[in-house]
Design a protein. Structure first.
Length: 310
């Protein structure tokens, strides 16, 4: 088995002045995940490390850098799924922690549940010794500026629905053939307090099954949930479609059926992978065979050696 990790940094539109930093962030997170896989590590460790790095990077809408609710607060959603056992862990509307993806993993590893929300998730985080961080430490100047802009009566509803930078996620296959996915987000701009998007919902924000493959999604959560985008892609793969064709079919369906745009990273058990999107852009990177692949616009695909200085 040839290990692979595929990472996205959100579907939508990345302002030019932020694209270089975001691309660097996704590429370095892909390298970190790949280093784990190359060293014989497992796919769950690889996707959690990859997503943790992106949560810690203020250029992304996850962890520090998350978009704000209509009240100006950060509420975050995250999911992990293990393709060997179909075990999953998710949290939603969590506040005051740096890495929701690690809390989601603890839900999977340390409880008999799949999904914890809001105050209950925070209590569980405390019981696991996860440090609370001050709410302001998750808020960037950029997210506050966009929050204020979107409070104005003339705010662009499309921008409210599709962020200008994104959610983060990863899928990976390790040398044993085990598959995993992880997705983490601050949600959508100026969302209602308590709004839960697709990201923590199993089959929407992500899904992993060693028998079929794995998907991590990004885009307009309300649309993604209506078509259970991640599971829909795996359904098409079960019917014999490639990772790429299945991703395109499901994204086209979401666009025509419910008018939703988004993006996905997908792998199959043989390590074939795809990074596909119907939004204007999606920052993505993949690492396999000591090669780093990356791109931003449709049809864009650059490569370099994984060990090249960057
Ligand atoms: N899917 C996320 C949500 O709706 C947002 C995104 O991917 O940008 O919460």
């Amino acid at each position: 088995m040839i290990p692979v990790v595929v990472v996205h940094g959100g579907a939508g539109h990345v302002p030019r002045e932020r694209s270089e930093k975001s691309m660097e962030g996704v590429c370095s997170a892909a390298r970190a995940g790949y280093t784990i896989l190359r060293g014989g590590g497992n796919s769950m460790d690889a996707v959690v490390e990859t997503v943790t790095q992106l949560e810690n990077n203020p250029a992304f809408n996850a962890g520090c850098g998350s978009v704000l609710t209509n009240k100006g607060d950060v509420e975050m959603d995250a999911i992990v799924m293990d393709g060997k056992t179909l075990g999953s862990g998710a949290v939603s509307a969590v506040r005051n922690i740096a890495n929701p993806i690690q809390l989601a993993r603890l839900v999977m590893d340390k409880t008999s549940h799949v999904y914890l929300t809001a105050e209950g998730a925070s209590q569980f985080a405390r019981s696991m010794g996860i440090p609370e961080v001050p709410p302001e430490s998750l808020v960037t100047e950029y997210s506050r500026m966009r929050w204020k802009k979107n409070l104005r009566p003339d705010a662009n509803p499309v921008e409210c629905q599709m962020g200008k930078m994104g959610t983060v996620g990863a899928v990976a296959v390790d040398s044993e053939g085990n598959i995993a996915c992880a997705t983490s987000t601050g949600g959508i701009l100026n969302k209602m307090e308590g709004r839960v998007g697709d990201t923590p919902c199993i089959g929407s924000g992500g899904y992993a099954d060693n028998n079929v493959g794995a998907v991590s999604t990004t885009g307009h959560g309300e649309a993604i949930m209506k078509v259970t985008l991640a599971r829909l892609i795996l359904f098409h793969m079960e019917q014999g479609k490639s990772a790429e064709a299945a991703s395109d079919l499901a994204l086209d369906y979401m666009k025509s059926r419910v008018g939703g745009l988004g993006g996905v990273v997908t792998v199959d058990p043989q390590g074939h992978w795809a990074a596909r999107f119907s939004s204007l852009q999606m920052i993505w990177a993949a690492a396999q065979n000591d090669t780093l692949h990356y791109g931003l616009y449709t049809g864009e695909h650059f490569t370099q050696s994984i060990d090249d200085p960057h």
